[in-house]
Design a protein around this ligand. Sequence first.
Ligand SMILES: NC(=O)c1ccc[n+]([C@@H]2O[C@H](COP(=O)([O-])OP(=O)(O)OC[C@H]3O[C@@H](n4cnc5c(N)ncnc54)[C@H](O)[C@@H]3O)[C@@H](O)[C@H]2O)c1
Ligand SMILES: [Zn+2]
Length: 364
Amino acid sequence: MITAQYPLTLKDRSYSVYIGMDAGSAFAPKCIEHGISKSLVIITDTHVASVYLKPMLNNLRHHGFAVLSIVIPPGERQKSIRRAGMLYTELLLHAVDRTTAIIALGGGVIGDLAGFVAATYQRGIPLIHVPTTLLAQVDSAIGGKTAVNHSLGKNMIGSFYQPKFVWEDITVLATLPFREIICGMGEVVKYGIIRDQNLFMFLENNLEAVIRCSREELLFVQSQCIAIKTDIVSRDEFEQNIRIILNAGHTVGHALESAGHYRALKHGEAVLLGLAAESYIAQKMGILPAESYERIIRLIGRIPMKANVSSLRMPDILSALQWDKKRIGKKIRFVLPKSIGETVVIDEVDNRLVREAVRMVLSS
Ligand SMILES: NC(=O)c1ccc[n+]([C@@H]2O[C@H](COP(=O)([O-])OP(=O)(O)OC[C@H]3O[C@@H](n4cnc5c(N)ncnc54)[C@H](O)[C@@H]3O)[C@@H](O)[C@H]2O)c1
Ligand SMILES: [Zn+2]
């Protein structure tokens, strides 16, 4: 059952995010309603395929779709030009034409990779996102950012490419490993800090239920997150102004992720630590009141994160910061919290303070 629909208004690229539970059988009819062609390619990974591929194939075939499925190994390393090249080959060998739609069934890795392939194969073919992780449902599947990684930096090769629609069934989160739920919480807490003090307060009062994936609390939190993301992207599709606030926690977060060679920390874990570090910077600079800072640190501290930061080295973190995509010339751009629910963009942050903030999160 689909319980809500959130529109993104992007002129001729407008689309909707549908959210609900136990909604599998309604997927093929929704494709038909959206005029999706009867020929489809599902791109997914082995973990997701083992649970969700067959039901999706059955549903689609039952409604007359011809479906090719491509199953790749899981993991961030798959977000590569090499893997994209292998997917192009597969599509060409199966004579996939420009009317065929790609369904990205999986977490953020599959969404970014399959999205990148859909954006570039024969100059772009239709795309449908079916995110299956908390992180992908609240964040990566919405807004059209697609990318693969380069050895010199994460997400360095990519494009903006919007899907025809996004289909989110929170039931699939039941099989998600606990660590992945924690990762999704990185983005969830971020939305509270940048935009929504009520969401932040709800998390303070219901954190354990949300992490346990208690349906009612989870559906509420996800709906708030999706509403925020769709609203921000609708105002600034190409990140020329307000969309930058979605990068809160990500300046330090990406640097930590990179310094750990994308193995020590997962994206969402790095974002949680990044949010703590950047809140520290904001408080020290007199931008964020001490009381709000303490609430942020307390909430993040309650999230049972098992990440191991002992292998991270300060010089690697500082050099990774220099590669930040938001960098303008030599300055590193930070999105810092001003209060819970509001941010400010700052280009001048003392390097010593950045180091102090990183040291603080590594030792906590
Ligand atoms: N495009 C964007 O705007 C954007 C935003 C945030 C993050 N990202 C990207 O997203 C990626 C991280 O995504 P992620 O955290 O979803 O990781 P992921 O895609 O690697 O998924 C995490 C793990 O969970 C497994 N899995 C997925 N769904 C499952 C389910 N329902 N049940 C059981 N197992 C399941 C996957 O196989 C994988 O092993 C990063 O590459 C990051 O850069 C992109
Ligand atoms: Zn993120």
